[in-house]
Design a protein around this ligand. Structure first.
Ligand code: 6R9
Length: 576
């Protein structure tokens, strides 16, 4: 049989044998047609949910949900359609309309997903946030976006009560709780009560492709987190990258372990699989080796998208554990967020009998840009090859493409459907991505080999990647300065075998404070509570003062070089 005959007989094999074909005949227009969004007006919620409720997928399970207390729930596409219609009516009755920002500070409850769909149906803009955030992180996001409504739980609300007075634009708080009979403060409403009375029929808002869909805040080297803005048009990229890079098919049970507070959880833990009509599983609990394997075993997970830190933790827990579970259902494993170590791939081959497919992308790119496809041989340690329609290159600071093997800036040719549309309220920071004429610059450095595979080298800036979380040193430094004992702080990422990097803080204390391990612990706790549980410095070093440039900038590069025992390089700007 030749290629065409095989594909005619086994359409699912297309993805396995056809990297070249995928590229040769690729156009975003064709993808648009395949998805069926020919006309002008669209809504991602229709394509991902309502559309399936009109087909044979109506009674197919869209979401299998498991809570940390052992509760199991499931929702069909039809049920999600009805619930999100009701929810949209409910939010509309609270005054939410097209373009309004509605932020979500929730665990991975089914209500998180239902609300996100409903917000899209209203033409409003959602802002999912990690439930590990502290009050400062929540305040910064709601302030910058001028959010009108916050959806949270009574428990999480308590954590942010202290900053609510700083949010004059916030009109309503919707509380999601199993209980109904708790006391509500002024401006707060109960999700459960309102949903009971909400009408079932909702006429969704038809949107322009370029209308905003969600905001995700992400870190840069300086300043507060940036509100990366994505639009409905993103769905073109979500649909096809999920299908081809994650190799999702109709009979899959798919598990993306990421939280929607991280772009991976929004794009591939919700929209991408549902645009493809695929059943997905969500576990709303903390990482736990046994629990994770149990989930794969009992839900017969076939495709699994996770992160290197989790894989390294599974690897550390010992192979004998893997042997206690039946993981035969697994067919395809992918990873994202940090460099995937070759030894993890080797280990995966051993224990799961499957390769782990690395994928590279960013909050800003909106979807997978470089991947180890089903149809290309994996080179352990490489991120893979660019997705069809994506032109990736290694360039110098003038925008010239560098020859194979040369380290340089990883850049992309702008214009793919899911590229960020703006940085909310900050045109200047949006333009920084396009400083080199003709390119979108990623902030990563990399090289390309002669076979077209891309290899990650590092970040070109000071952004820290700890367990796959992007943390800006400036955010942590700012939070540290709010502690009563801290005079100055410099924060770096320190290499760590398990977490990729850990956050290390160098701290100069105010007059009257003395370094001690108790004070160190107090400061760690302070950051955990104020900023986020994943963004606290695991290591603190007290020092007399910090190296600064003459213009007063803390020289993190120097702190890092000293910490790692590396040469300090050019220190001409160091203040003496
Ligand atoms: C999806 C996501 C983006 C940054 C990116 C890079 C790092 C992501 C990677 C990777 C090495 C991979 N990163 N995938 N590094 N290999 N496969 O992670 O988005 O949180 O915005 O982070 O993460 O440094 O620039 P985001």
């Amino acid at each position: 049989m030749n290629k065409t005959e095989i594909i005619n007989k086994h359409p699912e094999a297309f993805n396995l044998i056809c990297y070249e074909d995928q590229h040769k005949n690729f156009s975003w227009e064709t993808v648009k047609k395949e998805l069926g969004v020919g006309g002008n007006k669209v809504n991602i919620a229709y394509e991902a949910i309502d559309k399936h409720a009109t087909t044979w997928r109506k009674n197919k399970v869209a979401l299998y949900w498991e809570g940390s207390d052992g509760t199991h729930l499931k929702y069909t596409f039809q049920e999600l359609k009805i619930l999100s219609d009701k929810c949209a009516n409910m939010l509309q009755s609270l005054g939410v309309g097209k373009g309004d920002r509605v932020f979500l500070f929730l665990p991975r409850l089914p209500e998180l997903f239902i609300n996100m769909i409903a917000i899209a149906k209203l033409g409003a803009i959602s802002g999912p946030m990690f439930s590990a955030f502290g009050p400062d992180a929540v305040r910064d996001r709601l302030q910058n976006s001028e959010a009108k409504v916050l959806i949270t739980t009574p428990e999480l609300k308590e954590r942010v009560d202290a900053v609510l007075w700083e949010l004059p634009k916030l009109e309503r708080i919707v509380l999601v709780s199993v209980k109904e009979d708790y006391e509500l403060e002024e401006g707060n409403v109960c999700y459960k009560t309102l949903m009971k009375d909400a009408p079932e029929r909702f006429e969704m808002e038809w949107m322009d492709m370029e209308d905003p869909l969600y905001l995700l805040y992400t870190s840069g080297t300086t300043g507060k987190p940036k509100g990366i803005t994505h639009v409905h048009n993103d769905m073109i990229s979500y649909y096809i990258t999920t299908k081809w890079s994650l190799d999702l098919r109709d009979d899959d049970i798919y598990w993306c372990t990421a939280d929607p507070g991280w772009v991976t959880g929004t794009v591939y833990g919700m929209w991408g699989p549902w645009l493809n009509g695929v059943s997905m599983y969500i576990y709303d609990g903390r990482f736990d080796v046994n629990k994770w394997y149990e989930a794969i075993q009992s839900y017969k997970i076939t495709v699994w998208y996770t992160a290197p830190t989790a894989l390294r933790m599974l690897m550390k827990s010992g192979d004998y554990l893997v042997a206690q579970y039946d993981l035969e259902s697994l067919r395809y494993i992918c990873s994202v967020g940090e460099p995937l170590n070759p030894e993890v791939i080797k280990w995966g081959m051993n224990v799961y009998n499957l390769p782990i497919h690395d994928t590279w992308w960013q909050t800003e790119t909106g979807s997978i840009m470089i991947a180890n496809y089903p149809c290309i041989p994996i080179k352990p340690g490489s991120m893979g090859k660019p997705f069809p329609g994506i032109k990736a290159a290694i360039i110098d600071s003038e925008g010239n493409e560098l020859p194979d093997g040369h380290h340089g800036i990883l850049a992309l040719k702008p214009g793919w459907p899911s590229m960020l549309r703006k940085v909310w309220g900050d045109e200047g920071r949006f333009n920084e991505y396009f400083n080199i004429t003709g390119w979108y610059t990623t902030g990563d450095t990399a090289y390309k080999d002669e076979e077209g595979y891309f290899w990650f080298v590092g970040r070109a800036d000071d952004v820290i990647n700890t367990s796959g979380h992007r943390v800006g040193p400036f955010e942590v430094e700012s939070a540290l300065l709010e502690h009563r004992a801290v005079a100055e702080a410099g924060v770096i990422g320190k290499p760590d075998p398990e977490r990729g990097e850990i956050i290390k803080a160098f701290i100069a204390l105010k007059e009257g404070f003395k370094p001690s391990s108790e004070l160190g612990e107090e400061i760690k706790k302070f950051i955990k509570h104020h900023l986020a549980a994943h963004a606290y410095p695991r290591e603190i070093e007290f020092c007399e003062n910090l190296p600064k440039t003459r213009s007063g900038k803390i020289m993190r590069r120097l702190l890092k070089a000293k910490d790692l025992g590396l040469p300090t390089g050019d220190i001409s700007t160091l203040e003496d």
